[in-house]
Design a protein around this ligand. Sequence first.
Ligand SMILES: Nc1ncnc2c1ncn2[C@@H]1O[C@H](COP(=O)(O)OP(=O)(O)OP(=O)(O)O)[C@@H](O)[C@H]1O
Length: 685
Amino acid sequence: MNLYDSVQYLKGVGPKRAEKLKKIGIKKIYDVLFYFPRDYEDRSSITKIRDCKNKEKVTLYVKVSGSSVTLRPKKGVSITKIPIKDDTGLAYMVYFNQPYINNTFKVGDVIRVNGRVNISYGQIQIQSPIYSKGKDNSRVGSIVPIYPLTNKLTNNEMIKIIKSTIKTYTSQLDEIFSLKMRDELNLISIDEAIKNIHFPTDRETYKKSKYRLVFEEFLILQLGLFLIKSKLRENKVGIEFHKYDRSEEFLNKLPFNLTSAQYRVFKEIKQDMESTKVMNRLVQGDVGSGKTIIAILAMLKSTVSGYQSVMMAPTEILATQHYDEINKLLKDFGIRCELLVGSLSAKEKLRILEDVKNGNIDILVGTHALIQDGVDFKRLGLAITDEQHRFGVRQRAKLSEKGKTPDVLVMTATPIPRTLAMILYGDLDISIIDELPPGRKKIDTYAVNNTMKSRVFDFVKKQIVQGRQAYIVCPLVEESETLDLQSATEVYQEIDELYKDKYSVGLLHGKMKPSDKEDIMNKFKEKEIDILVSTTVIEVGVNVPNSNIMVIMNSERFGLAQLHQLRGRVGRGEYKSYCILINESKNKVARERMRIMEKTTDGFIISEKDLELRGPGEFFGTKQHGIPELKIANIFTDMEILKIAQKEAQKILLEDATLNLPKNIKIRNRVDKLINENLKEISFN
Ligand SMILES: Nc1ncnc2c1ncn2[C@@H]1O[C@H](COP(=O)(O)OP(=O)(O)OP(=O)(O)O)[C@@H](O)[C@H]1O
């Protein structure tokens, strides 16, 4: 039998257990070896009976010193006590309702037991301990693996299955790394790693095994993503856009100069667009770094070359804003730009769809409505998605499928540490706008207690008197739009009452009709509204330079990256700007988070801290990015190993771009397997 045979044929498994194993993803013998413990319990260090402390979990090495006694205090209840001894004292194993346990132990048996201590009237009892006899130390006497299991399988069954599989099959495991490579990278062999990840003899071997396996997983994933990226390039012939793109004319008309970071990023895009390769590029830029201009330059280039462009944004507000900006900046260029959003009337929609199809529209901006059936282009050359983290890989792919081989540009304002971006967006090239336009003033940020609320509102008033505008963002209430709305309405009433007759207060929330939302936003832009009370719908991209104060209620409920986004709505004009975080942070982490916001306005630092403090799950779900589930590596906590694996992957590919050298064949096979089984979604992209 080999590693790829069904688990059913393993010793002690059979069809019934095989069925249970299947439920947790174990089908082949190979899968058993790669089913890793979620935790370990150290049952290797022995406590002396004398040193047992009440309520502590201990492992004892003892001799059964007398016969067992079973008491029956009530009908249907039995308590069995078995005396045990070591050289320091006497204790009792106590089992409830297991009278048959009598037969398990003989006086004089030497055993290891593990359980919780209960000291009752001076008597040391170990409650329902697990035990092992003789040489067998798989349950007690070693570091015991704890497997993630469903209730149908016990940890003990699993230990037995894994133990016997390791014994017979680890020798069949294929070592994909050469001795030289293992030497250089300090990697132990695969069979050692597998044996020790399940049954580590000590911490050191456990660490080495984990390192080897995490490294391997990252390396294969990274190689897979790199290969997909190069395949995407080599297989498809992209559009070769003209060098002449009227960008100089456009830039001359702009009231400001591009920052050097913007220039650099546009140059990267230009190069991609002018080559025959299909552009697949992510533009990452901190809030307010000026990504929109870059997108507009790319769309102008596409139009001048005779192609259509499409730009998808996550909300109607944002799509509308892009649409306005594009029309404003491209008005002298004879370009037709239209907006496609869900709230259009059927008639308007039809007209736009017709014109897109005929090629009469050069640029189409919109929301998800863009990826629906019926939206067909004549000559789509460029597909842009804004705020990518709100869209999944699939949606991005759907947008580009609207054309033959359009160039693809993805824009995100969520700064992500570079190493992480390489995994999350491994199929994309990355450009970073790491500079803000000159003259941006630091946004003064203050985290204050709820009791300061009225002083904060006084301060808001002062700014408004000076002609500025303010945002007040309402607490996020557990993902529930209804509750969000309720809290926003309450805050709105409170504020409206406060400023009644003097200033105009508007309310904006996700449940409003799109046309009402737009109306409110327009009023805010036109300064007919002084104070905008809002839920997080304004989080991404809204740009009203006259507003200079952002108040965020219950700010402890938001993620740091989100607070950073919200804060980015101010400080966009010439005025000194403020962000006030009203919070009730009771614990240390929450206070630390507020402090980071006060201290820095650098989105990259903030997102790294966010990651560190909130941990993996909450930062953002990795699933929606189309990344396969990792078996042992963790993209957040194993960041250091990730970096090493990424470097190694680059080194390997530099020498052997297709992984076809004989020494890389085994690695290649593993990468192919990963691509076929887990990275399909990305590779179809
Ligand atoms: N080089 C520049 N110099 C001065 N102002 C600029 C420059 N580039 C862009 N701007 C202006 O800065 C503001 C922010 O730009 P933009 O909306 O493109 O930022 P963004 O990166 O999309 O930010 P966000 O992620 O917050 O949406 C706009 O008003 C834009 O006109």
